[in-house]
Design a binder for this molecule. Structure first.
Ligand SMILES: Nc1ncnc2c1ncn2[C@@H]1O[C@H](COP(=O)(O)OP(=O)(O)O)[C@@H](O)[C@H]1O
Ligand SMILES: [Mg+2]
Length: 251
């Protein structure tokens, strides 16, 4: 990595609390440009909150969260708004607006940000639909699409603003194997061809193996394992226990 390159995501000793629930107890990690990292961990460990910390939707109680070099604790509202253009998030469930057609679903965030040039919007929507392999379906309603197609429209929407960072929250949960494979391939393609730094939360170990360069395991509020996939999946005891189903939270 050249010295001038900005670290897309950089956490240092991050703690989060919700009332008496001390969820994160000193998270330290950074994501390198263009890298695909999978975040593993049991339900309720605080994986989604990590994505929300990166989006600036949740504030750390202690420690430093830096995104594209900016400190999320001191960032102003205008700066946060412009930073979010660089971040695409595929939320768990990837809910589309049922009453809006595919075009309006993908254009939604761009319109919110004040984009009024209809020709430009049409061009972007067309491009993103091609990227997710669903060209020409601008006029369809979400109800006319399969689960896998809806997920891909969610992806197209997340990609609308040409993000440098993509956050995926359980992107393949509930999808059939073919759709899962398609989403996996898109995640890889966006990272490798466009250099999009990607953080994927998933319980699908097969997908996690396929898409990622690196795994991190979140357990008991800290990053308990972190490294190249082959290394941690073969040689890390905690990761081994987690993926083999012999996990005990309190060991
Ligand atoms: N907005 C919130 N207010 C209060 N507690 C929350 C909030 N968001 C998450 N939590 C709590 O934080 C913990 C971690 O949540 P989450 O990040 O959603 O877990 P995961 O995605 O790993 O399943 C859970 O105990 C959850 O109840
Ligand atoms: Mg979650």
């Amino acid at each position: 990595m050249s010295g001038a390159e900005i670290i897309p995501v950089d956490f240092h000793d991050v703690h989060t609390r919700f009332g008496s629930n001390h969820v994160h107890r000193g998270l330290t990690f950074s994501l390198a440009p263009g890298e695909v990292t999978t975040l593993l961990g049991p339900s309720g460990a605080g994986k989604t909150i990590i994505l929300k910390l990166i989006m600036g939707l949740v504030q750390a109680a202690n420690g430093t969260v830096k995104v594209m070099g900016r400190d999320m604790d001191t960032i102003g509202e205008n700066e946060l708004r412009s930073l979010r253009i660089d971040i695409g998030m595929l939320f768990q469930g990837a809910a589309l607006f049922d009453s809006l057609n595919v075009f309006e679903n993908i254009a939604y965030g761009l319109r919110e940000r004040g984009e009024k040039d209809e020709e430009k919007l049409a061009e972007i929507v067309k491009d993103r639909l091609a990227m997710v392999g669903l060209p020409g379906i601008q006029k369809k309603l979400p109800s006319q699409l399969s689960g896998g197609q809806r997920k891909r429209i969610g992806l197209a929407r997340a990609l609308a603003s040409s993000p440098k960072i993509m956050l995926y929250d359980e992107p393949t949960t509930g999808l059939d194997p073919t759709s899962t494979r398609m989403i996996d391939d898109l995640i890889i393609q966006f990272a490798k061809e466009r250099g999009i730094t990607s953080l994927v939360v998933t319980h699908d170990i097969q997908s996690a193996r396929r898409v990622s360069d690196r795994w991190m395991l979140l357990s008991r509020g800290v990053i308990a394992a972190d490294g190249p996939v082959e290394q941690v999946s073969e040689h890390n005891r905690l990761v081994h226990d987690f993926i083999s189903g012999s996990w005990k939270e309190d060991v």
